[in-house]
Design a protein around this ligand. Structure first.
Ligand SMILES: [Zn+2]
Length: 91
């Protein structure tokens, strides 16, 4: 394929010099934490003054899931605690 109007590297570089991604626009929440604009606050779970995310329920859910995963790993013998014991035995 013949390139009829080849653009040189300098021209390409000059064009792409404006293609950099700008940083995220951060807004300050009413709770004081900085949040992404047009998104609910991850700290207090509010958006536009209304509670959107139930932070208390979410934190308890993640804790419960972590605990369950740990018990499953322990049952399978892949827990970090058991691994540490094994390494100390061999060393
Ligand atoms: Zn907030």
């Amino acid at each position: 394929m013949v390139v009829r109007m080849r653009v040189n590297r300098s021209k390409t570089g000059k064009r792409r010099s404006h293609h950099a991604i700008a940083g995220q626009r951060l807004a300050t929440c009413e709770c004081g934490a900085s949040r992404i604009s047009h998104r609910a606050c991850p700290q207090c779970g509010k958006y536009n003054g209304k509670i959107i995310i139930d932070i208390v329920a979410q934190s308890s859910r993640t804790a419960r899931r972590a605990k369950r995963k740990q018990t499953e790993l322990r049952a399978a013998g892949q827990s970090e605690e058991t691994k540490e014991k094994e390494t100390t035995k061999t060393a």
